[in-house]
Design a protein around this ligand. Sequence first.
Ligand SMILES: Nc1ncnc2c1ncn2[C@@H]1O[C@H](COP(=O)(O)OP(=O)(O)OP(=O)(O)O)[C@@H](O)[C@H]1O
Ligand SMILES: [Mg+2]
Length: 258
Amino acid sequence: MKLAISGKGGVGKTLLAASLARRFAGSGYSVIAIDADPDANLAATLGFAHPEEITPISELSDIIEERTGARPGRSGSFFKLNPRVDDLPEQYSARLDGIKLMVMGRIKRGGTGCYCPEGVLLQALLSHLLLQRNEVVVMDMEAGIEHLARGTARAVDKLIVVVEPGHRSIETALTIHKLAQDLGLLSISIVGNKIKTEAEKEFITASLPSFDFLGFIPYNQAIIDADMAGKSVFEASCRVAAEIENIFRKLLTVTQNG
Ligand SMILES: Nc1ncnc2c1ncn2[C@@H]1O[C@H](COP(=O)(O)OP(=O)(O)OP(=O)(O)O)[C@@H](O)[C@H]1O
Ligand SMILES: [Mg+2]
């Protein structure tokens, strides 16, 4: 099962990505969590004690040079377009509770798809993780999903777009839907988050009439309080956990139905 999670800033992508990664790992699945947001904070949400000690892949200059033949930032050099990456997940992931976390990192110029050594290495790595491995992959992405190249986008079993009550995150969801279609990524579902009232839920379903919904996560102050206190957000709310459980079960039926 390969999952990608996207949506407008602040809607709850990282919370959902971390919750699903933990839930799959809790059932004994081998899970790779990918933080593909340049402003990475999946490690902290997953509960890693020292997220700042995890070096993003884009900053492994020696490895990038060894594998591509060119050092990041050095212009005018030739480099390999198909670097070896299959050993990187074992060596350069942080581990916690059955989850391997890979932090992709920021690329100085252009997007992740940029024609530069670090961009090429990240592309090759994403492609390897999505196409050639059997783990469950949960990828936390920013709203732009452009760094899923054509070939890799098709390997995503489900793109989950998180929305909150409000027009802006709905607009972003529609834009992501269009980008995804252009990339050939056809299976998209919505998760509504931070829901306070039945009317808010109805607003979201009415605003995205032709979309599939995986679930609606209630707004819960306990999540914010846990976050501020530096505590685990996962034990913070039973109602949130119950809805994550529903979403997890629905996702299992997605793969069972092919
Ligand atoms: N259901 C919820 N109830 C209350 N607070 C929530 C809920 N979901 C997320 N939050 C809070 O909203 C904030 C944003 O959540 P999160 O970081 O998961 O969003 P994001 O989409 O990944 O944001 P970014 O775009 O910055 O990466 C966090 O402080 C989080 O604790
Ligand atoms: Mg995030």
